[in-house]
Write a protein that binds this ligand. Sequence first.
Ligand SMILES: Nc1ncnc2c1ncn2[C@@H]1O[C@H](COP(=O)(O)OP(=O)(O)OP(=O)(O)O)[C@@H](O)[C@H]1O
Length: 310
Amino acid sequence: MIVSIKGLEKSYGDFKAINGLDLDVQQGEILGLLGPNGSGKTTTINCLLSLLTYEKGSIEIFDKPMSPDANDIKKDIGLVMQNVAVFEELTVYQNIDYFCGLYIQNSQKRKEYVKEAIQFVGIEDFQKKYPKELSGGLLRRLNIACGIAHKPKLIILDEPTVAVDPQSRNRILENILELNRLGATVIYTTHYMEEVEQICDRIVIMDKGKVIAQGTKDSLKESISIREKIIFELEDISQEIIEVLKAREDLKKVQYAHGLLELEVQSNNGTLIEILNYFKKEKVDFIKVHSESPTLNDVFLELTGTELRD
Ligand SMILES: Nc1ncnc2c1ncn2[C@@H]1O[C@H](COP(=O)(O)OP(=O)(O)OP(=O)(O)O)[C@@H](O)[C@H]1O
């Protein structure tokens, strides 16, 4: 096991930010830690890395107990935190060289590693620039290069794409997939469900300092009662028709507002065809119809009653 957290509890004063959290990370996976703002993702990462003390629980990394002075474990971890942490007085090259040098003492080897990291995140043209001369997206890429240059076995990224332009965001996500292909295990925290769907092998959903569900994106979506959402765009619909739809057992939600009729379907057994036939018979005209699969937001909504999105 790469990471094993058992029964973690962490409070800030009277407020319990982590409340009995269990988390395992397997060798070679990209694990997505998904949760709304304030659910405890950063606190979990900080406890995992012994950057914060905690009241209860045990944490093992690479099958060894983690502690603040466990340097043999730390040298194999790469960390990319939410807030960019680089030295303003050092150039791009010097920053990466500094962070790499914390673990790689051989200067020839370090030179190669720094060069590779610069190429990897695509900041070759900015090596002599200072951080304040970089755009937000380039700064994030520098932050990542600093975290990964020493070729760690476990890479932890805490919301690395917040407030990043789409081009840098895609580049960051591709970089994470590539690091994983090259052998690194990855923990990726975010509140963007699209990102975990795009890159993660397994997803752990957190809320209020606890794990509330985990699995692949497909198994999580299959675990909830909604199978499909059908949305009709129509100018008008009678209350009578709405009542008939509401009486159907295969529909969990029937809602008409602002010209959109939204139906949440609980089974996959031809509901759309039946409704289309019914609308034809009753002469219900519609402009458009489309069907959507449930999202991770629907999973979160069903489990907690609140939206995952901000
Ligand atoms: N130093 C602190 N003192 C007091 N409360 C804190 C502190 N750090 C975090 N918290 C609180 O603990 C809870 C969990 O915060 P945490 O930053 O771990 O969540 P998160 O899921 O990472 O959210 P975000 O995506 O906003 O970073 C929040 O309610 C937060 O306000």
